[in-house]
Design a protein around this ligand. Sequence first.
Ligand SMILES: [Zn+2]
Ligand SMILES: [Zn+2]
Length: 139
Amino acid sequence: MRKKCQICGDEFEAKSNRAMYCEYCRTKAQVERNRLYAQKRSEGKAKRIGSVQICPFCKQEYTVRSGSQQCCENCRQKQRYQRQKAEAEKYKKEHYDRLSVYVPKGKSSELKAAAAGLGMSLNEYILAALDKFVSSDDK
Ligand SMILES: [Zn+2]
Ligand SMILES: [Zn+2]
C-alpha cells in the first residue's frame, strides 16, 4: 500500500499498516533516537560540568568541574589526604618496626628541639644518632 511519510511527505510503499515513515526517514529517525538515548545515558552517568550536585559525603552542594567528579572539592581533598596517609602508614608498617623507648622527663622535648635545629624529625634524628654511634663504634 502507498502511504505518505510523516517526515518528508514523500509517498512510499508501506509493508505494514503502522509504517509512518519512508525507508530513508525511518533509518534517520532510528539513528536520531539512538543518539538521543546514548546522550541521555551518558549524561545520567557522568554529571554535567557546571551543574550543581549534592556531595554524597558531606551533603553540601557543589559545582561539578569535571565529568568524573563524584563529590565536593573539600571531600575530594580529604579523601586524597586519607589515601596518602594510609599509603604512608602501610609503607611504614612494611619497612619499619616500632620501637618504644623511655627517656628521662623533659628529655624528649630537648631531643625534639635538637632535631628541629637540624631540620629533622625526632625519628630521623634518633636514627642518625644511632648510625653515628654504631659507625664510630666500628672504628
Ligand atoms: Zn520520508
Ligand atoms: Zn563533600
